[in-house]
Design a protein around this ligand. Structure first.
Ligand code: NAP
Length: 273
């Protein structure tokens, strides 16, 4: 076997092996998902806002796993960002085999007191960007009759969340949308998986202002690696929904049979400091 062949095999070009696009790939759950894809030989397109963190991480993955990584710094709150991302990848003939809609953020506080930018920003990132990216990338997947979509929701999506009203509602949307789409795409060759993490130890809590909440202090936070692994496995199996962690699964299931008013009151208590 010639050396050039070995080299080509270990360093596949963008179009020779499968490509996964991961939003919010520079930190937390998205970062751990990127490592799992890289380990399995996927080429990667990584998206987040912080250019230098994204580039450093991309370089590390390229060196460690011999894959091709394209880092695209982008603020997905910007309504034009999904289309410009899709157009850029189309121009560069990069076909996306797996789309991971992971970028998301939350803000703790009373709805009336949180800035309008944050009220709407959560909707733009957690709902609009996720929906727009899915719309754009599902079309070529359907043409190829092959593809996977992983949407990161939250166990927050199973109940109302006073003091994080918009965030919880956005995650309810992600769960409902993903499960419905998974049903529509049945037998199409494209699968949709919704990952619901519970409290997870990442930058999210600091940014959301929930680090001091009862929820974070009482529930032992999961580590991002475990959550990513659960989502990755479920996606590979084409499962429509996965709740990461047995305790989280039990809690989510118990909500189905609990009175809504009690659920909302308990949910509020957990977000209080
Ligand atoms: N941590 C938890 O307890 C928890 C629980 C349930 C669900 N989740 C969900 O899991 C997903 C990942 O959260 P995480 O905990 O890993 O959060 P994280 O540590 O804060 O990471 C968020 C990632 O998204 C990127 N990002 C944030 N805003 C963005 C924007 N406007 N445009 C593009 N990229 C953006 C961040 O990079 P830049 O800042 O550089 O853009 C970062 O890479 C989110 O959807 C979150 O709602 C988290």
């Amino acid at each position: 076997m010639s050396v050039p062949f070995l080299f080509a095999y270990k360093h596949p070009g963008m179009n020779k092996s499968q490509t996964a696009l991961i939003t919010g790939a520079s930190l937390g759950i998205g970062r751990e998902l990127a490592k799992l894809f890289a380990r399995d030989g996927y080429n990667l397109v990584l998206v987040a806002r912080d250019r230098s963190r994204l580039n450093t991480f991309g370089d590390e993955l390229q060196k460690q796993f011999g894959i091709t990584v394209k880092s695209i710094p982008l603020d997905l709150i910007d309504a034009s960002a999904p289309q410009s991302l899709f157009d850029q990848l189309s121009r560069e003939s990069i076909a996306v085999d797996v789309l991971v809609n992971n970028a998301g953020y939350g803000k703790r506080g009373m709805f009336a007191e949180i800035s309008t930018d944050d009220n709407l920003g959560q909707i733009h990132l957690n709902i609009a960007a996720l929906t727009h990216l899915t719309k754009l990338f599902v079309a070529p997947m359907l043409e190829r009759r092959s593809g996977k979509i992983l949407n990161v929701a939250s166990t927050a999506g199973f109940q109302p969340g006073p003091l994080m009203a918009v965030y919880y509602a956005t995650k309810a949307y992600v769960i409902s949308f993903s499960e419905a789409l998974a049903s529509e795409l049945k037998d199409s060759g494209v699968t949709v998986t919704c990952l619901c993490p519970g409290v997870t130890d990442t930058e999210f809590q600091k940014r959301a202002g929930t680090g001091e909440s009862l929820l974070f202090r009482r529930m032992l936070p999961a580590d991002a690696k475990t959550v990513a692994r659960d989502g990755y496995r479920a996606m590979m199996k084409g499962r429509p929904l996965v709740i990461s962690g047995f305790k989280n699964w039990l809690l989510a299931e118990s909500l189905r049979v609990s009175p809504r008013r009690v659920v909302t009151a308990v949910s509020r208590r957990l977000i209080e400091r």
